[in-house]
Design a protein around this ligand. Structure first.
Ligand SMILES: C[S@@+](CC[C@H](N)C(=O)[O-])C[C@H]1O[C@@H](n2cnc3c(N)ncnc32)[C@H](O)[C@@H]1O
Length: 264
């Protein structure tokens, strides 16, 4: 059955549950600066959805420019309403939504490209992933960084539902199918609203569950010089504390999310 959420609720619930646009912008800014000694100004946000990150990016500095790339007109329309409309006129001039395929989109060279919330898992063959990473590499300036996120851990491949309670909202992340031979998988997002009504399958994803070493190998094959992995620290209760630092080994906890930076 189709969800009864309005489009406004659908994207509001999504962004409150899984996005932290300002946090991701400052993470990418700080890490780029650490690598190259100066701030980046140009961003391409692949699989941008509502383009929350691109809109936060152009608010950093009057020299910052961003492109948000997504195939689907629906999140772009919602992004124009939710984020772009709140930018100043000069910020709006520096942010552009492109309703295009990330495999073929053309922009001038940029310093930073990001692909978050595991969206690149949509590419199921190695050949296609390599094609995408090569296209990203080609679109970056001489000093550039491609930021991705990735998740795994034994629990994340089991048919379980992770539940997160937020203010007036419950978020569910369900693994509905996982093929151990091909790693093809289906994940779904459900919500329970403030009135206690559950909305199932508001977002569904049919992906290949890629592993960290596979992704790092393909990035190098695509021409990146090195990759840096960021592992999340623990809080007092052993949960993630939201602070990501470079690492090359860690305890394989039940489920984890980390970032990868691929340098030109
Ligand atoms: C999981 S959502 C991610 C939204 C946002 N990046 C985030 O972090 O929450 C994936 C988005 O990728 C878009 N998408 C899927 N394949 C694409 C492609 N080949 N080119 C551009 N966008 C694509 C979908 O339309 C969808 O909006």
């Amino acid at each position: 059955m189709k969800s009864q959420l309005t489009l406004e609720e659908k994207y509001d619930f999504y962004e409150r549950s899984v996005q932290n646009a300002e946090g991701e912008v400052s993470f990418m800014h700080d890490e780029f600066k650490r690598f190259y000694g100066h701030s980046p100004f140009t961003l391409r946000e692949d699989f941008c959805g509502t383009g929350a990150i691109s809109c936060a990016w152009v608010q950093q500095d009057k020299s910052c420019e961003a492109y948000g790339v997504d195939l689907d007109p629906e999140p772009i329309r919602m992004g124009l309403q939710r984020h772009y409309s709140k930018l100043s006129k000069t910020e709006q001039k520096r942010m552009q939504y492109l309703q295009k395929n990330v495999l073929t989109v053309k922009t001038g060279p940029v310093e930073v490209i990001c692909a978050f919330n595991f969206s690149y898992f949509i590419f199921k063959s190695r050949k296609q992933m390599l094609q995408y990473f090569k296209a990203v590499r080609k679109s970056l300036k001489k000093q550039g960084v491609f930021f991705l996120d990735i998740f795994a851990g034994p629990e994340s491949q089991r048919l379980v539902t992770d539940v997160k309670k937020l203010k007036n909202l419950t978020y569910y992340w369900e693994c509905q199918h996982f093929n151990p031979f091909t790693h093809e998988c289906t994940f779904a997002i459900h919500f329970k609203d403030s009135k206690g009504k559950k909305h199932n399958n508001v977002f569904t994803y049919n992906w290949r569950f890629w592993t960290m070493p596979e992704i790092r190998d393909i990035l190098i094959e695509a021409g990146f010089s090195k990759t840096v992995v960021y592992w999340e620290g623990d809080d007092d209760e052993g949960n993630g504390n939201g602070v990501f630092t470079p690492a090359e080994d860690a305890e394989n906890c039940d489920a984890w999310v980390s970032y990868i930076a691929a340098l030109t």
